[in-house]
Write a protein that binds this ligand. Structure first.
Ligand code: PLP
Length: 409
């Protein structure tokens, strides 16, 4: 039998950068009985969540909801707007950007990768995975594309594998300045409802997101926020699509229903989450993530370990990547922390395997949870005999003491 009782007492510290811990309030909402998805009550739920989501994406355009993980919503964004052989410019910020690139190739698109250049002594195997998007590099490619062969620019807003949050407005600005007609597709799977995000104001054509990060829901639901231009592009896009096709879904959504069976109980959870986020106010949500991130970085700096993101301007409010000394396997450290302190930390992905770990500080958390998280890491580092300069716990506590949050904010 599947062992799910390995955390018998206390609460497990789920400090990975998503799925993030689900608030009890949302768990309770999801435990309501499943209703007829074509019955009279369902339409009101559908309309509520579809309207409420627009406020989170900051858009007046439709937001399409899929009963799928974020990967599905990546595919939906591409196959609703592109045709086989279309050229797309994809910025390599880290592992998730690379996976999206791989998908685009599999779908038959011509992928042009753009990445930051330069060496990195700390992480020579992934020198371009320590920074955000450099919009000027995109500008150069677009200016050179006088025939407008590039049909879309694809960027990851919050690169979950590294902990960088890129400036999407800057990307829009260079597309506009080059007078290039390319669509702007943005993955904000881990950025949404943690970091400032503005679909309409930043002129994004498709924003892709998922349920299991800032929205504090279990995995299994994902989103495409779509602009009028994206819908228009879809009319001539020829990549095959059926399940992912926006048109049927958007049409039926007008009455609060879906063309197929939606994930009713996750939608109960989404409805609850929207109530929570709207009651708190998005500006407050973003501010608390920034505070948490700053406290965790204060701890990492106190330890004297390098932060995966090498550019303070694009530090992520969602997670912090910590590079371990070359002789310390970060996954062995994670294993020890899991076994000794009942805490899950994010693994190093792709080229970063074994070289770093990720501390998630998103969603349903608070100052004391993060002080305990830092304590778990610090105890693990000491048990692994990793030399640390000073106490990260003291540094995080000092940060929180000096920057009031919680009920006092
Ligand atoms: N993009 C980003 C930035 C992610 O963080 C993730 C998952 O963590 C994905 C895409 C893939 O989403 P999923 O695992 O839900 O399919």
């Amino acid at each position: 039998m599947l062992q799910l009782d390995s955390h018998p007492v206390g609460h497990h510290f789920l400090q990975i950068p998503g799925p993030s811990p689900v608030p009890d309030r949302i768990l309770r909402a999801m435990s309501l009985p499943t209703i007829d998805h074509r019955g009279p009550e369902f339409g009101a739920l559908g309309l509520k969540v579809l309207e409420g989501l627009k406020g989170i994406f900051k858009t007046k355009s439709p937001v399409v909801i899929y009963p799928a993980s974020g990967t599905g919503a990546w595919e939906a964004a591409l196959c609703n707007t592109m045709s086989v052989g279309d050229r797309v410019l994809m910025y390599e910020t880290g592992h998730f950007a690379s996976l999206w690139t791989q998908m685009a190739r599999r779908l038959g698109l011509e992928v042009e990768i753009v990445a930051s250049q330069g060496n990195d002594e700390t992480l020579p195997q992934a020198p371009n995975w320590r920074r955000g998007v450099d919009a000027e590099l995109i500008a150069g490619r677009l200016r050179a594309d006088t025939q407008h062969a590039i049909k879309a620019v694809c960027v990851v807003h919050n690169e979950t594998s590294t902990g960088t949050t890129s400036d999407i407005a800057a990307v829009r600005a260079v597309i506009d300045a080059s007078q290039h007609p390319a669509l702007l597709l943005v993955d904000s799977i881990s950025g949404l409802a943690c970091a400032d995000y503005r679909h309409d104001e930043w002129g994004v054509d498709v924003t892709i997101s998922g349920s299991q990060k800032g929205l504090m829901l279990p995995p299994g639901m994902s989103f495409n926020a779509v602009s009028a231009r994206a819908i228009e592009a879809g009319k001539s896009a020829r990549l095959p699509r059926s399940f992912w096709a926006w048109d049927d879904i958007i049409e039926l959504n007008q009455t609060g229903y879906w063309p197929y069976t939606p994930n009713t109980n996750l939608l109960y959870g989404l409805s609850e989450c929207l109530d929570m986020l709207h009651a708190e106010g998005l500006e407050h949500v973003f501010a608390r993530h920034q505070r948490w991130a700053a406290a965790v970085r204060a701890a990492v700096n106190a330890w004297g370990l390098p932060i995966q993101c090498a550019d303070p301007k694009v530090y992520s409010p969602v997670l912090t990547g910590v590079i371990t000394p070359p002789e310390v396997n970060a996954d062995a450290l994670r294993k020890l922390i899991y076994e000794r302190f009942d805490m899950s930390l994010g693994t190093g992905l792709g080229k970063l395997k074994g070289r770093m770990f990720r501390i998630g500080h998103l969603g349903n958390s608070n100052d004391l949870t993060l002080v305990a998280t830092v304590a778990g890491c610090e105890m693990g580092l000491k048990l692994m005999h990793v030399p640390v300069r000073s106490s990260g716990v003291q540094a995080a506590m000092a940060y929180f003491a000096a920057h009031p949050g919680g009920l006092a904010a």
